[in-house]
Write a protein that binds this ligand. Structure first.
Ligand code: T3D
Length: 263
C-alpha cells in the first residue's frame, strides 16, 4: 500500500504525486522513504525521460509533517536533525538535482517549508495560478533546509532569498513569476493540460544532451570559466557522438521536426 506517493507513467514522463491531501501533502517518514525509493528507481529507468513532481488536492507540499515531529516531542524524543536530513531530504534533493533527465515541479497549490525546497531542487518550476509559496521554516524556529539556502540565492538572488527566509510571507503565483521562482504560470483550469504538454515536450527531447547540459549548468556554480570550458568540451564530445545529434542535424536540414530517441 502506498505511504502517500503515487506514480503514473505517460509517454516517457513519470508523474510522481504526493498524496496526503488532508495534511496538504506534508511529508512524514513513510512518505519521505517512498518518495526517495521512487526517485531512485526513476533515475535509472531508461524508459523515463522526464520526471514531474506534483501534489494532490489543494497543495503541492507543505514540507515536514509537523504532527509527526510533535509526536516525537510528546514522546520525549530529541530528534537528531542532521541524521534526519541525511536519511531522507538530502538524498531526495541530490536525486532531483543529479538525475540524468529533466525534473519538473508542477506546483498545483501551496508549497511550504521543505515542499518549497523540493520545488527549488527541480530543474523547472511550473505553477498553477492557484499556487502560492512560503518558506515557513523560520515560522517554527527552524532554518530553511533541504537545499533551500543553496538554491534560493541562485534561483531568485540573495536579497529575495533573505526576504523569503526572514519575513516568511506568502507569495502568490504571479509574484513568484516576477521573482523568477517559477518560469510559467497558467490558469488553474488549464494547468494540468499545459504542464502535461510541456512535460511531453521534454520527454521527446534529446535526453542525453539534456542530462549533460543540466550537469554542466549545475556544476558551473562551483567552478570558474576555465573549468567550465573544459567540461563543455568533454560533454560535447559525448553529445556530438549521439544518435539524437545526428537526428537533430538531419531534421533541421530536411525542414522537419526531429524525432529524438533519447540516446
Ligand atoms: O527533519 C526534520 O523534520 C526537519 C525538517 C523540516 C523541514 C520542513 O519542512 S519545516 C517546515 C514545515 N512546514 C511548515 O511549517 C508549514 C506549516 N503550515 C502552514 O504554515 C500552513 O498550513 C500553510 C501556510 C502551508 C497553509 O495554510 P492554510 O491556511 O492554507 O491551511 P491550514 O488550515 O493551515 O492547513 C490545513 C491542514 O493542513 C491543517 O490540518 P487540519 O487542522 O485541517 O486538520 C494543518 O494542520 C495541516 N497542515 C499544514 N501544514 C502541515 C499540516 N500538517 C502537518 N504538517 C504540516 N507541515
Amino acid at each position: 500500500m502506498s505511504a502517500g506517493v503515487g506514480l503514473r507513467g505517460e509517454g516517457g514522463v513519470a508523474w510522481v504525486t504526493l498524496e496526503r491531501p488532508a495534511a496538504l501533502n506534508a511529508l512524514d517518514s513513510p512518505a519521505k522513504q517512498e518518495l526517495l525509493d521512487t526517485l531512485q528507481a526513476l533515475a535509472v529507468d531508461p524508459a523515463v525521460r522526464a520526471v514531474a513532481l506534483t501534489g494532490s488536492g489543494r497543495a503541492f507540499c507543505v514540507g515536514q509533517d509537523l504532527r509527526e515531529l510533535a509526536g516525537l516531542y510528546e514522546g520525549g524524543e530529541v530528534p537528531d536533525f542532521r541524521a534526519r536530513l541525511e536519511e531522507h531530504y538530502n538524498p531526495i534533493v541530490r536525486l532531483l538535482t543529479g538525475m540524468p533527465k529533466p525534473t519538473v515541479a508542477c506546483v498545483n497549490g501551496i508549497a511550504a517549508g521543505a515542499g518549497l525546497s523540493l520545488a527549488l531542487a527541480c530543474d523547472l518550476r511550473l505553477a498553477s495560478a492557484a499556487a502560492s509559496f512560503t518558506l515557513a521554516f523560520t515560522g517554527i524556529g527552524l532554518i530553511p533546509d533541504a537545499g533551500a539556502t543553496w538554491h534560493l540565492p541562485r534561483v531568485v538572488g540573495l536579497g529575495v532569498g533573505l526576504e523569503l527566509a526572514l519575513l516568511n510571507e506568502r507569495v502568490d503565483a504571479e509574484a513568484a513569476l516576477r521573482l523568477g521562482l517559477v518560469s510559467r504560470v497558467w490558469p488553474a483550469e488549464d494547468f494540468a493540460a499545459e504542464a502535461a504538454a510541456l512535460l511531453a515536450r521534454l520527454a521527446a527531447g534529446p535526453t542525453g544532451a539534456f542530462a549533460l547540459a543540466k550537469r554542466l549548468l549545475r556544476d558551473s556554480l562551483g567552478t570558474g570559466l576555465g573549468a567550465a570550458l573544459e567540461a563543455e568540451a568533454a560533454a560535447q564530445s559525448a553529445a556530438g557522438a549521439s544518435a539524437d545529434h545526428r537526428e537533430g542535424v538531419a531534421a533541421f536540414l530536411a525542414k522537419r521536426p526531429p524525432t529524438f530517441g533519447g540516446t
